[in-house]
Design a protein around this ligand. Structure first.
Ligand code: NDP
Ligand code: GDR
Length: 373
């Protein structure tokens, strides 16, 4: 019989790629979606199957990681072979605004699922994957970071994820559950949420190039991240649940670049050479062109990037760089997609949307572009 998987956070970036991967492998896939006043399934609409057809393989259940009885009932109903706990309030900056909610979802939500597995007697059947994070390393104690690097979380998000990390280890040791942590470094894609920095950059620069926005406002452009592609990383999530014994793995590319460099890469994809001048709060990015080609929305000398202190965090994670050697040695995992390729894919995607919006505007349609993030 085919395996059955349950994904929390199926409507998110990783959840949608993972659902595709598991369906391709013949799994029956169940996902938990939150009730929302408007549609929130955009990332999985293309794989949704009409439940009236014969033998559907993809199912969505209403639920929430803050709701114990709901989670327990879904687990009882689905009886999954594998649970991927990807659901979370996943925005680090937002966790400073909503620390208690973040703890409830990201820390307690993980415990709720583990307890449900135990209460339902599924310890021997159900394998559990926890979406752990490089944010655990925070104020880094060692470069590059490995599975053995000590944690020093720097946000309510990271502290909540630290609880989740350890409760997973504890349930593995205490009850023999097959439960593991993927300590994933930042991973992005055209499906990345619009308020994370990479997508914010590719989207805003694409909009600016088409005259839909004037300026991209950013916080700390010196932050260094080890950015990979979500498609490579969900492959690893699945691999981690196919081993003899459960173990924790760091998943990263082993290379890092700054936010500023990501801005440069994105601009270059649009044919713009961005020159940065000024310092600190006065730093700006000024347009030069790489060739003679111009763009409808910008001209040489325009200032299209500025710093806005609103995007600074009370405590920042300045640098993250992972060492994925264990994943390579034990699982044969290596990422296929470079940060340059990923950036090109994201810009192409966002430029396509921007061009469509610009066309609609040019025909008199009122297209509202959300820029507050
Ligand atoms: P997203 O923010 O794109 O997706 C988060 C998902 O969780 C969405 O489906 C969201 O639903 C759901 N969710 C949020 N709150 C709740 C709740 N209270 N109950 C149930 N579901 C909820 O995150 P990613 O796909 O990027 O990341 C997946 C996981 O991996 C997260 O746990 C994240 O913290 C972690 N992670 C991510 C990394 C990255 O770089 N992407 C790196 C390391 C870890 P909705 O669509 O309704 O908002
Ligand atoms: P991060 O991702 O906090 O690493 O968490 P994000 O893209 O939000 O920030 C990366 C770095 O860029 C700096 N930055 C900005 N960030 C945002 N969002 N908006 C800005 O305008 C901006 N300007 C500069 C940030 O300060 C930071 O240093 C992501 C999430 O997916 C987490 O869920 C996950 O656990 C970690 O990656 C690994």
């Amino acid at each position: 019989m085919n395996k059955r998987a349950l994904i929390t956070g199926v409507t998110g970036q990783d959840g949608s790629y993972l659902a595709e991967l598991l369906l391709d492998k013949g799994y029956e896939v169940h996902g938990i979606k939150r009730r929302s006043s408007s549609f929130n399934t955009e990332r999985v609409d293309h794989i949704y199957q009409d439940q009236h057809i014969d033998n559907p393989k993809f199912f969505l259940h209403y639920g929430d990681l803050t709701d114990t009885s709901n989670l327990t009932r879904i687990l009882q109903q689905v009886q999954p072979d594998e649970v991927y706990n990807l659901g979370a309030q996943s925005h680090v900056a937002v966790s400073f605004e909503s620390p208690e909610y973040t703890a409830d979802v990201d820390a307690m939500g993980t415990l709720r699922i583990l307890e449900a597995i135990r209460i339902l007697g599924l310890e021997k059947k159900t394998r559990f994957y926890q979406a752990s994070t490089s944010e655990l390393f925070g104020e880094v104690q060692e470069v590059p970071q490995t599975e053995k690097t000590p944690f020093y979380p720097r946000s309510p998000y990271a502290v909540a994820k630290m609880y989740a990390y350890w409760i997973v280890v504890n349930y593995r040791e205490a009850y023999g559950l097959y439960a593991c942590n993927g300590i994933l470094f930042n991973h992005e894609s055209p499906r990345r949420g619009e308020t994370f920095v990479t997508r914010k950059i590719t989207r805003a620069l694409s909009n600016i190039s088409q005259g839909l926005e004037e300026c991209l406002f950013l916080g700390n452009m010196d932050a260094l991240r080890d950015w990979g592609h979500a498609k490579d990383y969900v492959r690893m999530q699945w691999m981690m649940l196919q081993q003899e014994t459960a173990e924790d793995f760091v998943i990263a590319t082993g290379k890092q670049i700054s936010v500023r460099e990501f801005v440069r890469l994105s601009a270059a994809e649009l044919g713009i050479e961005l020159e940065f001048s000024g310092e600190g709060l006065n730093e700006v990015g000024i347009v030069r062109f790489l060739s003679d080609e111009s763009l409808p929305g910008v001209k040489v000398g325009d200032v299209i990037v500025k710093v806005d202190p609103r995007y600074f965090r009370p405590t920042e994670v300045e640098t993250l760089l992972g060492n994925p050697a264990k994943a390579k040695e034990k699982l044969g995992w290596v990422p296929d997609i470079t940060v340059e390729q990923m950036c090109a894919e994201m810009v192409a995607h966002d430029l396509d949307i921007a061009k469509r919006h610009a066309l609609l505007r040019s025909h008199g349609h009122d297209v509202a572009i959300a820029v507050e993030n």
